[in-house]
Design a protein around this ligand. Structure first.
Ligand code: SF4
Ligand code: SF4
Ligand code: SF4
Length: 189
């Protein structure tokens, strides 16, 4: 697979990292498009404009977004009702760009400029105190323009998020292996 083509495709994607395309992130969908595994109709946040841009880049027929993958909404941002937040921290690992600030037993909040509006923090919240609000109230074009200006930052933040998780998993494996080596083999009577 050509990494330059993947990069060109990825540059057209909204970078919300929402997984509605059923890939792990925007880059994963870009790789699937480049390899021919996926069609251009799987990105609801990108809507018709992104689907058309992908089709043009890849020389494929223009398609609209398949509603199976979700509905195209105006750009949005998450907001925590801090009066109801119980500080469980379950939303933290769900955020693909680490846009939520908080610690266990403390109220959490969303850094608006870093939030992609992906909605992935909503299901883990046990008290439903996170809601989505328009990125720019009553102005879709302004919301889309603002979202475009943030896409590169979101891509970088997601990359750092992935690297952090990979490092944590590697440390955990190393600790587990070290613990196993210290366990004495069982002796038979
Ligand atoms: S914005 Fe969401 S649906 Fe679109 S490519 Fe990125 S992860 Fe997939
Ligand atoms: S705060 Fe919620 S909606 Fe915003 S990027 Fe993180 S998971 Fe997505
Ligand atoms: S999941 Fe909900 S209740 Fe728990 S810390 Fe996050 S916002 Fe607060």
């Amino acid at each position: 697979m050509q990494s330059s083509l993947v990069t060109l495709i990825d540059a057209l994607l909204p970078q919300t990292q929402c997984r509605q395309c059923l890939y792990a992130d925007c880059r994963g969908y870009a790789e699937a498009l480049a390899s021919g595994e996926a069609d251009t109709d799987r990105c609801p946040p990108g809507g018709t404009t992104t689907a058309a841009a992908l089709a043009e880049l890849l020389g494929r027929p223009t398609k609209t977004v398949d509603p199976t993958y979700g509905v195209t909404k105006d750009p949005q941002v998450a907001w925590v009702d801090e009066g109801r937040c119980i500080g469980c921290a379950l939303c933290l690992p769900a955020c693909p760009v680490d846009a939520i600030v908080g610690a266990k037993k403390f109220v959490h909040t969303v850094i608006t400029a870093q939030c992609t509006g992906c909605e992935l923090c909503l299901p883990p919240c046990p008290v439903d105190c996170i809601e989505l609000r328009p990125l720019v109230e009553g102005d879709t074009s302004a919301g889309l323009a603002l979202r475009r200006t943030r896409a590169d930052d979101w891509r970088e933040r997601h990359e750092r998020h992935r690297n952090r998780l990979a490092q944590a998993a590697a440390s955990e494996r190393a600790a587990f292996d070290a613990a196993r080596r210290t366990v004495r083999p069982a002796t038979s009577e």
